[in-house]
Design a protein around this ligand. Structure first.
Ligand code: SF4
Length: 414
């Protein structure tokens, strides 16, 4: 079929096939892809509103046994740079988030063998006890699978227990490309195969949770594999309608084992646009300003995105791989309005919470995103002594903590 004919079918709202999507993605001029994606955005969101959420992106531990080759964030078990955040540190982060109008934590971390399921349950309960209406958007599918393996309990049981403790929704991290050939090459097949990732989301949706979906492109995958990823997400969304939004970003190569080069801005905009065209059953697409910068992030609003994502407040993973963009609420609102849209705050369910918080009250300007911890702070939170460690170095640290009653485990490398 010709590009013009495929474009006409898209304009008429027809579902696109894999072959036509590939043709469009490879051959259509970038401005045509943008116009088609923008047409779908305006059909789905005719009111001209672009949303964003004020939440904080917290990585509770950087210790990880998965060792994905594209990741610059993780540290080995026993590494002197490894950390686990304490409950009190997390409460402080929540207080700071609420002070700038934030409504949830996006909480993801490494696969740390020394944090059992009970640690997560106790943390979630403690957060909900202190902040009953504050939301926990936490633990991507590979983290849920890690907990399932660690505790030898099935995924639905892990989800049920986390929901009972306070989990509100599941972030779509760890999807990378949902094609097992790619996952094997990136050393992330072990943490979750494509089917396993989708299955956690299926169980989460069945349990009544909403989740997001992501795609990290620009490593070793082909164009066909990017589209296969999108089609697998579209298939699950047909089945469950549980995804609220889709977010794509480019691989960030600095300090990773895999190395290589970052995809260009045009590649990002074309990929975003084809995602908007293929994912006809997703209501929302987010712009990834955190990897693309504010200017391409703003341009995303003409290539299918209807949401500027999160104010973030804190970021550790992308920064470790070389990107350190920052946009506080004032800057996000400026970019949305300058692109001709009305800016509104939302929650994870895309319910509108109101006009920009920074217009209602004075909030401190944020010119740099915070980090999980100050550089060099590897102190061990005291409550970790209450949880059984699985690794040899973790067990040794627990013994050291127990032997120093005055300050149980409050210092020293993790
Ligand atoms: S991407 Fe996640 S699972 Fe993979 S090594 Fe990094 S922290 Fe671990």
């Amino acid at each position: 079929m010709s590009i013009d004919r495929i474009a006409d079918n898209v304009r008429q709202g027809e579902r696109i096939s894999a072959a036509d999507a590939l043709r469009l993605y490879r051959e259509a001029p970038t401005h045509l892809l943008g116009r088609l994606a923008d047409g779908i955005r305006s059909r789905l969101h005719p009111e001209g509103v672009v949303t964003y959420i004020i939440d904080r992106n917290v990585n509770y531990t950087n210790v990880c046994v998965a060792k994905c080759t594209f990741c610059a964030f993780y540290r080995d078990v026993g590494s002197p740079d490894g950390y686990v955040l304490g409950f009190d540190e997390l409460f402080r982060k929540i207080d700071e988030t609420i002070a700038v109008g934030g409504v949830q934590l996006l909480m993801q971390g490494g696969h740390n063998p020394d944090l059992p399921l009970e640690w997560y349950e106790d943390l979630f309960r403690a957060v909900k006890g202190r902040y009953p209406s504050f939301k926990l958007h936490a633990l991507s599918p590979p983290e849920v699978i890690h907990l399932s393996r660690l505790s030898q309990l099935p995924v639905p049981t892990i989800l049920d227990r986390l929901i009972a403790a306070g989990l509100d929704s599941v972030p779509g991290g760890g999807a990378e490309i949902l094609v097992d050939r790619v996952r094997r090459l990136l050393h992330c097949y072990g943490k979750a195969s494509s089917d396993e990732w989708l299955d956690v989301m299926r169980h989460a949706h069945r349990a009544g949770l909403r989740t997001t979906a992501t795609m990290m492109y620009g490593t070793v995958e082909t164009d066909e594999e990017r589209l296969e990823h999108l089609l697998r997400l579209r298939g699950l969304q047909d089945e469950t309608s549980g995804f609220t939004a889709f977010i794509t970003w480019s691989y960030q190569p600095d300090h990773t084992e895999l190395g290589g080069r970052e995809a260009t801005g045009v590649d990002y905009l074309r990929t975003l646009a084809i995602a908007r065209i293929v994912l006809d059953n997703f209501d929302n697409l987010q712009a990834s300003w955190v990897t693309q910068g504010g200017k391409v992030g703003q341009l995303s609003l003409a290539y299918g995105a209807n949401d500027m994502g999160s104010v973030m407040i804190e970021e550790n993973v992308v920064r470790a791989a070389g990107a350190s963009y920052c946009m506080d609420e004032v800057e996000i609102v400026r970019n949305i309005e300058d692109a001709g849209f009305v800016a509104k705050r939302r929650n994870m369910h895309y319910e509108i919470l109101g006009d920009p918080f920074c217009r209602e009250r004075e909030v401190p300007r944020m010119l740099e995103l915070a980090t999980a911890r100050a550089d060099g702070d590897t102190s061990m939170p005291s409550e970790l002594a209450n949880y059984e460690a699985r690794s040899r170095s973790g067990k040794q640290l627990r013994v050291v903590s127990a032997a120093s009653p005055e300050s149980p485990g409050s210092s020293g490398p993790h």
